[in-house]
Write a protein that binds this ligand. Structure first.
Ligand SMILES: [Mn+2]
Length: 282
């Protein structure tokens, strides 16, 4: 039923906007409890289920979870259309079950979907692949469903800032944009053009291969000590990609999560000892 789906997406938008910990486009977590952080999911349902099982939010009232890059990847329909929106709908149901403790941050596949620009994955243009699957599943309302999906993705916060100075986002501006990047985007209302090159949400979600100098400067500009990001493919599920950077991936069988105790500061080296492989979670 398309209207049920559109209603779900609209409830998700409201939940993103009214998240108790959200200030502007940043979720600010306090110095209590913990946060479970996942990397890119890209339609990997089993790993989403493992993240949910590990987080066990019902059993841990002061635990949060941060998820990212849900769409593009995973199951396909029989003509190769991308069905990852079905997982997005389930992630939204999860968000609605604990709206102030499940937080989504915007990824570059989200900004590409919002702005309708090409985004490749394994040789396939993913916006077209998802769009064609939506046309088949919602033959009479795919325009409305696609619009609601774009609006949902657009309503996501850009980052999570923890009181212990851990910063979580999909990525960071690449080296050559470190000074150009306008941090005001975190405090003002997001605009659609922010998601297009060279807008701030675009730059934030697309950067790769940061030098240590850039990471140090970004730590100054964003007033953070440690970055936990997704975005860059990790065959081992994670890596320490700098003195102050951990990268996670949850889109394959070696995916990993990390749980950060919010009551104390962390170094990347310390956090590296707390990586959990998703395959170990049942
Ligand atoms: Mn990405």
């Amino acid at each position: 039923m398309p209207q049920t789906t559109i209603d779900l997406l609209n409830k998700g938008i409201t939940a993103n906007q009214t998240d108790r910990f959200r200030r502007g486009n940043v979720v600010r977590l306090p110095s209590e409890g913990s946060v479970v952080i996942g990397g890119d999911i890209h339609g990997h349902r089993r790993n989403f289920e493992r993240l949910v099982a590990y987080a066990d939010l019902a059993g841990h009232p002061d635990r949060h979870i941060v998820l990212q890059e849900i769409i593009h990847g995973g199951p396909e329909d029989d003509t190769g259309g991308c069905l990852s929106y079905q997982l997005l709908f389930d992630v939204i149901r999860y968000k609605l079950s604990e709206p102030d403790r499940v937080h989504l941050v915007m990824g570059n596949h989200d900004t590409a979907c919002i702005s309708g620009s090409d985004v490749m994955k394994n040789g396939k243009e993913m916006n077209r692949a998802m769009s064609s699957a939506l046309d088949r599943e919602f033959p009479h309302a795919s325009r409305e469903v696609k619009l609601a999906i774009r609006q949902f993705l657009f309503s996501q916060p850009l980052a999570v800032r923890c009181a212990n100075r851990v910063w979580i986002s999909h990525s960071l501006p690449a080296d050559r944009f470190v000074e150009l990047f306008d941090t005001a985007v975190f405090d003002r209302e997001l605009r659609p053009e922010d998601c297009e090159k060279p807008g701030s949400a675009y730059l934030l979600t697309w950067g790769r291969r940061h030098s240590q100098a850039a990471l140090d400067r970004l730590a100054q500009r964003l007033d953070a000590d440690l970055f936990v990001l997704g975005h860059q493919a990790q065959t081992d599920g994670w890596c320490q990609a700098g003195e102050n950077l951990i990268i996670l991936a949850c889109d394959h069988n070696h995916g990993c999560l990390v749980e950060v105790d919010l009551t104390r500061p962390w170094t990347a080296k310390e956090l590296a000892d707390h990586i959990v492989t998703l395959a170990s979670i049942h």
